[in-house]
Ligand binder design. Sequence first.
Ligand SMILES: Nc1ncnc2c1ncn2[C@@H]1O[C@H](COP(=O)(O)OP(=O)(O)OP(=O)(O)O)[C@@H](O)[C@H]1O
Ligand SMILES: [Mg+2]
Length: 610
Amino acid sequence: MMPPGTPDQDIKEQSLRYQLKSFWRLWPYLWPKDKPSYKIRTLLAMIFTIAGQFIVVLAPFFLGRAIDAMDLQVKDMGLGNALGIGIILLILAYGGFRLFSVVLSEGREYVFAPVAQYAKRAVATSTFAHLHKLSLRYHLEKRTGGLSRIIERGVRSIDFLFRFLLFNIGPTLLQLAIAGAAFWIAYSWEFALIAVAVVITYIWFTVTTTEWRLKFRRDMNKKDTEANAKAIDSLLNYETVKYFNAEKFETDRYDIAMEGYQKAAILSRTSLATVNIGQSFLMNLGLVALVLLAAQRVLGGSMTTGDIFAITMVMMQVYRPLNILGFAYREIKQALTDMEKMFALRDIRPEVQDAPNAKDIYDVKGAIKFDHVAFRYDEDRPILKDISFDIQPGQTVAVVGPTGAGKSTLSRILFRFYDIEGGTVTVDGHSLSDITQDSLRKSIGIVPQDTVLFNDTIGYNILYANPNATQDEIEAAAKAAQIHDFIAGLPKGYETMVGERGLKLSGGEKQRVAIARTLLKNPAILILDEATSALDSVTERDIQTALDNAAKNRTTLVIAHRLSTITGADKIIVMEDGQIAEQGTHEELLKKRGLYEALWEQQEKSPEHA
Ligand SMILES: Nc1ncnc2c1ncn2[C@@H]1O[C@H](COP(=O)(O)OP(=O)(O)OP(=O)(O)O)[C@@H](O)[C@H]1O
Ligand SMILES: [Mg+2]
């Protein structure tokens, strides 16, 4: 387990054993507690796989017996007599067994496919759900693309591990064990020893040389990326290249990068050839040793030509999948790493967690109290220092102050995106740490400083607050937010797409969509974080009306940049540098002739507010 809130540093390459452990974390998905039919499927898949290996190994022995029988058969008897019929039956058995092994392995696909797909989906969904549980701090520090890639790769790795580890390499090893046992039982332990020793050596050789080759491949990929980066950079700077007649220089630079790639690629390719030769040497050495040993016994009379035949065929069967062992090893390793990264993501504990006995809050009245609150985002920089204020139910309280004073931070704390370091925050007298995040967030609506919308329709974005709302309710919210007329005037109305992050709407429109959305949520507590960007006076008046409508009948915390909009607030809190400099009503603060009065004077003078 990682300590709470630690951003996952890129996970270092782990030992294979550790990685195999993370493979076991898949087991609950293959053996799901509440899905007995999936358990049966998994069990059947295992039985089919194991049975298939036995059958594949045993089939050649029938053919061996058939060949021996042919030796005994008198020439002109053909297949007509009893022995002949025996030969036919043995050959049929050989064919039948081989066919049966294919049926079993395809049958395994048939029964296992739903389980494999379920496992993939369940792992992906639960990882996704976990990501939403992680704290804002974590998400701010992570690149979102990186997170979705970890899930995507992790899920893909599951497929890969099933295909290669469970259904290819695993069964091959089982086949080897069965072949060894069969050799031992049918002939003698020397055959078993040679067969097993050769394959083990082969595996060891492949794994070692594949590890050695990995560095060529890495080098190759690195050089490839380098060459690409150079090409892109150079083409992006097309004009600059022309200004300085640097085409030749650029081409040479690209060529040098390509040369690096070429060298690495040659090494990678030739090293593969070396490995292939080594593998082939080992395989054939094993085969020759087995056949020599058998030949000696055939001459001694203790074995038959049919046995040589059977041994060769069994070994060919075992060798076949080993051809791709190098590739499979590399990919399995990669897949295990990917999977481990995904599971490591799931091990990160959310920084903000409900207390074990956290209660839900109902019928929130909206009394808010900050009591000596201290907070910092990062260890080395306190942001809020000793903040105390309270808001009575139904009041409108404004927070003003210079940029960076910590105003938006107050809203993030009230929403419990972060836990505080000192002091307490209460809603209706309940400390935030004693209530569930879910019930807290249900009672708070936020119109954030910079609104981001889903890349969908306007209607979808408003409906997001309450998926059960009717079209009338949506329109009522939009009207209160002073955005209905605008939407109705659009060719596609509520079906208009807003573009990525809502960028097809203007700042003012986006903000009013956000207000409509929050009105539809109808929370007991409303936080309005005014956008800093200057809006034209008509839009500003519209938004002001929207906000006034929104603030009716609920506790409202307005974070304001234009002081003219909050003169009527029940209380104004003036923040500076993470502290409360002053608080009181507009008139009281003007009389104080402090920071508020200075800000007021300054804004009254600015042409925008003239
Ligand atoms: N996630 C974060 N990690 C670290 N520091 C942060 C983070 N978010 C905000 N800060 C810092 O905390 C301070 C207060 O930020 P906050 O967003 O509360 O300011 P603000 O008063 O809302 O300013 P503005 O008027 O510009 O919106 C700023 O100095 C900011 O750099
Ligand atoms: Mg802010």
